[in-house]
Design a protein around this ligand. Structure first.
Ligand code: C5P
Ligand code: MG
Length: 216
């Protein structure tokens, strides 16, 4: 029987656009408020990574005048739900295309948050090297998010949205981490201490996976 599900964007391809021997992709995961963005900024400074945050790309698309996906993205973000993957994968592919000179290092922050995103991205854009996973208890993340909400201007840094984001994280995103764990592709770092202390551990673990700091 022919598939009946609608297609949102370009038809899927069967080979990736980028090759993992030239383009390094590291996925960065962790609950909301686990400190992904903070640690990514340090890795960009020291390792020459380009940082792409899936959430930031979605927010930019939401605000882009004339975007056919703007309203839809807005609703999903406010509800802490995962935006249909075609949109997010395409935004990421475009961003890599813009910045890659054939041999880039990319940190893809907050992605993949659902199994279908992981599969589609690795099949059509680029297979990942590993997942850097920041492990943090909910009470610590809640406190960080409530604090951030005072200045972030984000529509989802409020108590109600935060609760929904945690639920999505546990139900939808943790299975992605578990799937990568089965492939021995998860580097797990405890993310409770200060940003600098956490980063010490991150550097050690990056070294174990063959990533050296870029020459300053
Ligand atoms: O990572 P960040 O917290 O900035 O993501 C904000 C929101 O963007 C998520 O709660 C979700 O609604 C959406 N998102 C998504 N798929 C991703 C990353 C973010 O749908 N891979
Ligand atoms: Mg972030």
């Amino acid at each position: 029987m022919a598939p009946t599900s609608p297609r949102l964007s370009a038809p899927s391809k069967s080979t990736p656009t980028f090759f993992p021997d030239k383009t390094s992709v590291v996925f960065v995961l962790g609950g909301p408020g686990a400190g992904k963005g903070t640690q990514c900024a340090k890795l960009v400074r020291d390792y020459g990574f380009t940082h792409l945050s899936a959430g930031d790309l979605l927010r930019a698309e939401q605000d882009r005048e004339g975007s056919e996906f703007g309203d839809m993205i807005k609703e999903y973000i406010k509800d802490g739900k995962i935006v249909p993957m075609e949109v997010t994968v395409q935004l990421l592919e475009n961003a890599i295309m813009d910045k890659d000179e054939g041999r880039g290092r990319f940190l893809i922050d907050g992605f993949p948050r659902k199994m279908d995103q992981a599969v589609r991205f690795e099949e059509t854009v680029c297979p990942s090297k590993f997942v850097l996973f920041f492990d943090c208890p909910e009470d610590v993340m809640t406190e960080r998010l409530i604090n951030r909400g005072k200045t972030s201007g984000r529509s989802d840094d409020n108590a109600e949205s935060i609760k929904k984001r945690f639920k999505t994280f546990v139900e939808t995103s943790m299975p992605v981490v578990e799937a990568f764990e089965k492939q021995d592709k998860v580097v797990k770092v405890k993310a409770v201490k200060s940003p600098d202390e956490i980063y010490e551990e991150v550097k050690k673990r990056m070294g174990e996976r063959g990533f050296e700091m870029a020459k300053q």
